[in-house]
Design a protein around this ligand. Structure first.
Ligand code: HPA
Ligand code: MG
Length: 175
């Protein structure tokens, strides 16, 4: 598959924004312990960079879900790898790569709330607010995105381009 893309958010901008978000998280959870749940696969790079700026005690857990086939959301969420940790009574921070339609975050919020965490907050690298129309309470947002398809820094198109060190916008694609 051949695509063309254009850098939208540079490595430097990402780095600065993660510093700001981590400062906020360090303040908000001061004196507490945090369980960070990285939503695989897309959030793996963001989570890795974020947790290294966090100064409070953290445990890092993973859950793997998928809802996308290429550039089209199927709407149905598939859990590929369930959460193994017990989050009852824990302060949980869910880390996502992108909140687009909101289907995944809606599903995950219900799933995690059913396990009775002490608190649940949401952090996403990217938010397509025009797409989910602010229906969800997102506590930490890296960047607001337009409705273009984003790749890089963990985000994929058909499993590719996660390794790009910046966030890019797909400008044309032929599959
Ligand atoms: N890029 C990559 N994955 C996605 C996107 C996007 O723009 N929206 C939802 N999943
Ligand atoms: Mg994806």
């Amino acid at each position: 598959m051949t695509i063309q893309y254009q850098c939208k958010i540079s490595q430097n901008k990402i780095k600065h924004r993660i510093k700001e978000i981590s400062t906020q998280i360090n303040q908000d959870f001061h004196g507490k312990e945090l369980t960070i749940i990285c939503v695989l696969k897309g959030a793996f790079i963001f989570t890795a960079d974020l947790v290294r700026m966090i100064k409070i005690p953290v445990k890092i857990e993973f859950i793997s879900v998928s809802s996308y086939d290429g550039m089209i959301s199927s709407g149905a969420i598939r859990v590929n790898k369930a959460l193994t940790a017990d989050i009852k009574g824990k302060h949980v921070l869910l880390v996502e790569d992108i909140i687009d339609s909101g289907h995944t975050i809606d599903y995950l919020t219900h799933l995690l709330e059913s396990q009775h965490p002490a608190s649940l907050r949401i952090c996403t690298l990217l938010s397509k607010t025009a797409s989910h129309k602010n229906k969800y309470k997102i506590d930490y947002i890296g960047f607001e995105m337009t409705n273009d398809f984003a790749i890089g820094y963990g985000l994929d198109l058909n499993g590719q381009y996660r390794e790009l060190p910046f966030i890019a916008q797909v400008i044309n694609s032929q599959s």
